[in-house]
Design a protein. Structure first.
Lengths: 419, 289
């Protein structure tokens, strides 16, 4: 029985190999001829992002943005006449895996730069790895303050905002509109804790009170028992600082329990990906977006949205898409400015690098601050559009320039060796 | 303070019934197919995605009936072509098989429906609290509890009083003798597996009504189901129900005092149970040895 099965299996496998082999060959032959001279070695960006796990939706968006930029850059002649290659590896949102994959990208694929990460824990781990191996790491999407604060590294830059910027973006609007008695429901890891600390600091400054709070483990599905405590403490604002799918779970249950009818629900970060996965009845609250596709007054944005949608089956770009897109372009611009891919030279070129309007895709000065390597991107506070249909799920009330709300470099705790 | 505690007790029972529902199909498959089905969570997610696709045409209730059957058909294929070949081997083989299957199915979902979650609408009438004070009692949650109780009861009755049930139980006890008596055990096991997957489908759809539906949903549902089975006792459906209720209440009450341990506590209970009473609350001695 055993042997019989084995013979049968062999046949199948061989057929399978034949078919896939033929398909692979066809794919290679069908590929459009590159316009590069064969001698031009590509400039490689190693991108470590979650393709699987609870952060997958956000990871996929960042990768789409980076791949879109890669295609545009190569179509326009590459970087310094060399083609650009973005190599993607799955971190599964796990810091250990993220470091393993970074290590593979550096040692085997010989990438010039590292980029990526969605969750803060993975960002911190890759940042440390990159510093040890003298590679430039451009963090696309991990928000924890310390990455460009106490644990900043001369080789690490960040495109997405700090949690401080996220919380400062909408704190005033929320507290003046709904009140200063807050309850925090926070995800129990670096990102959430950092957000909560930042909000608490700002709340104390204006004489507000924290009436309660709970740390929910990552991956919590059932929030009912947390909500019982929320209801008992009767805050004016329920500040929801959860990430990924946890936020979706909580928002659905809050709506079904009718809690958002009595208590204002607000928080720092909301992503278009999360709003997309919520039914209409569970879309509510005051939040901050880090980038939004609907900016009628900003030049180049509508055009970018159109180009991206055309290349992605009508999908609208999210903030995560923009992170991937802007980060890829930032590395291109820095390498061209440095006329090199050497880490030290590109780091120097990245410091103070101003993103041009067609890449920044928002008003104001958007640049990598030299003191802590943090991008000064704008915040888009606003509220969920309760009757909106995709993609009009959010109303931005104002665009707050990053320069205005980021902690001054002297207060971030970042001490980079100055050249 | 006390009212919060009482609320949490009741609420824990509701959550626990939900866990028990998740555990039901898994317990069935573990019992007769002798398979630790790691793909159970993926089947839950898949059925929920089927329901999401079907709901606009057949409505929520129609989808709740049809989608689990579709998942059951896929379960049939998986059992006949894959799992059946491994019955004679160590259970580790089928565990590895279903583990791989779970990953393949998750990626399949991601390829077809995208990595971003999708909203599954529940009937408007169920999505509200029944009273202002007992706001955690929604029509939907009571419905889930009812399905869990009726499901457990019906399965229990089938296993106890019907010919099929008697054969399944006999198969649990001594497969070779049952087979020697002329019962087609392959058919029996296939039927059992499919029923288990259909239950997974129902549980998955009901879960997606109150949780976010994304490709990884199954992962977060699988663990409480396993814990409920281990605590309740392998081989006992009633035990799985008790196990589910126990961890639901424990987790709920812990949240009231020390929320960050709300997840750890269910594993703590499982650990304690394995040390003190390895067969679980109502399990048979030495079933998996």
């Amino acid at each position: 029985m055993h042997d019989e099965n084995k013979t049968g299996g062999d046949f199948d496998r061989r057929d399978f190999l034949k078919i896939t082999g033929a398909a692979g060959l066809a794919a290679v032959l069908a590929r459009p001829q590159p316009t590069w001279a064969a001698s031009e070695a590509p400039i490689k960006i190693g991108m470590v992002d979650p393709i699987t796990s609870t952060f997958a939706a956000l990871g996929h968006s960042e990768i789409k943005g980076a791949k879109f930029a890669e295609a545009e850059i190569n179509k326009a002649g590459g970087i310094m006449g060399r083609p650009l290659q973005v190599l993607v590896e799955d971190s599964a949102g796990n810091p250990g895996t993220a470091v393993d994959k970074s290590s593979r990208l550096v040692s085997q694929d010989k990438v010039d730069f590292l980029m990526g990460t969605v969750n803060s824990a993975a960002s911190l781990a890759v940042s440390q790895f990159a510093a040890q191996h003298n590679k430039l790491f451009l963090c696309t999407g991990g928000h924890v303050d310390s990455l460009t604060g106490k644990e900043c590294k001369s080789t690490t830059f960040r495109t997405c905002s700090t949690t401080w910027m996220l919380t400062a973006g909408d704190f005033e609007a929320i507290s003046s509109k709904f009140g200063k008695k807050w309850y925090f429901l926070t995800t129990d890891y670096a990102f959430g804790q950092s957000e909560q600390a930042d909000y608490t600091t700002q709340l104390k400054k204006v004489g507000g009170t924290v009436v309660g709070g709970a740390l929910a483990p990552v991956g919590t599905t059932d929030f009912s028992s947390y909500l019982i405590d929320v209801k008992a403490k009767a805050p004016q604002v329920l500040c929801l600082l959860l990430a990924g799918n946890d936020q979706v779970n909580a928002m659905k249950q809050i709506a079904q329990f009718g809690i958002n009818k009595d208590i204002a629900v607000a928080g720092a970060l909301i992503e278009l990906e999360q709003l997309q996965s919520l039914p209409e009845t569970a879309r509510y609250g005051w939040w901050t977006m880090e980038w939004y596709w609907n900016q009628p007054k900003t030049p180049h944005v509508a055009d970018f949205v159109k180009r991206f949608a055309a290349a992605n089956k009508g999908e609208y770009p999210t903030a995560r898409v923009w992170f991937g897109y802007a980060s890829t372009y930032a590395l291109k611009l820095a390498a061209e400015k440095a006329k090199s891919t050497e880490t030290a030279k590109v780091v120097k070129a990245m410091e103070g690098l101003m993103l041009p309007p067609e890449i920044a895709l928002q008003p104001g000065n958007v640049f990598y601050r030299p003191q802590d390597h943090q991008l000064m991107l704008g915040m888009f506070p606003g509220h969920v559009n309760p009757t909106g249909k995709y993609p009009s799920l959010f109303d931005v009330t104002e665009i707050v320039p990053g320069e205005k709300i980021a902690l001054p470099p002297s207060e971030t705790g970042c001490m980079l060796p100055r050249a | 303070m006390n009212i919060v505690l009482i609320f949490n007790l009741f609420n824990g029972l509701i959550t626990g019934a939900f866990y028990a529902l998740l555990a039901l199909g898994l317990a069935l498959i573990l019992g007769l197919n002798n398979t630790i089905n790691f793909a159970q969570g993926a089947f839950m997610a898949l059925a929920a995605y089927f329901a999401y696709t079907l709901a606009p045409t057949v409505g929520f209730w129609g989808a709740l009936l049809i989608a689990p059957v579709l998942a059951g058909v896929l379960g049939l294929v998986v059992e006949v072509f894959l799992i059946r070949r491994l019955y004679k081997r160590d259970p580790l083989y089928s565990l590895l098989l279903t583990f791989g299957l779970a990953m393949i199915m998750q990626d399949m979902i991601r390829t077809i429906w995208g990595a971003t979650g999708v909203p599954l609408l529940i009937p408007e009438s169920l999505g509200h609290p029944l009273s202002q004070t007992y706001f955690f009692l929604t029509g939907y949650r009571l419905f889930v509890v009812a399905v869990a109780l009726v499901g457990t009861g019906a399965l229990f009755a089938v296993l106890r009083f019907t010919r099929l049930g008697i054969r399944i139980r006999a198969g649990n006890a001594d497969l070779e003798t049952v087979s020697a008596l002329g019962v087609n055990i392959y058919l029996l096991r296939t039927a059992n597996f499919v029923i288990g997957i259909i239950f997974a489908g129902v549980a998955g759809i009901l879960a997606a009504g109150q949780l976010g539906l994304d490709p990884t949903m199954g992962d977060s549902l699988l663990m409480p189901a396993f814990v409920a089975i281990v605590v309740g006792g392998v081989g006992s459906l009633l035990g799985s129900l008790m196990g589910g209720l126990l961890i639901g209440v424990a987790s709920g009450v812990t949240t009231a005092f020390f929320p960050s341990a709300s997840e750890a506590v269910i594993y703590l209970i499982m650990g304690l149970m394995l040390v003190v009473r390895p067969r679980g609350l109502m399990g048979q001695e030495g079933l998996l040895e």
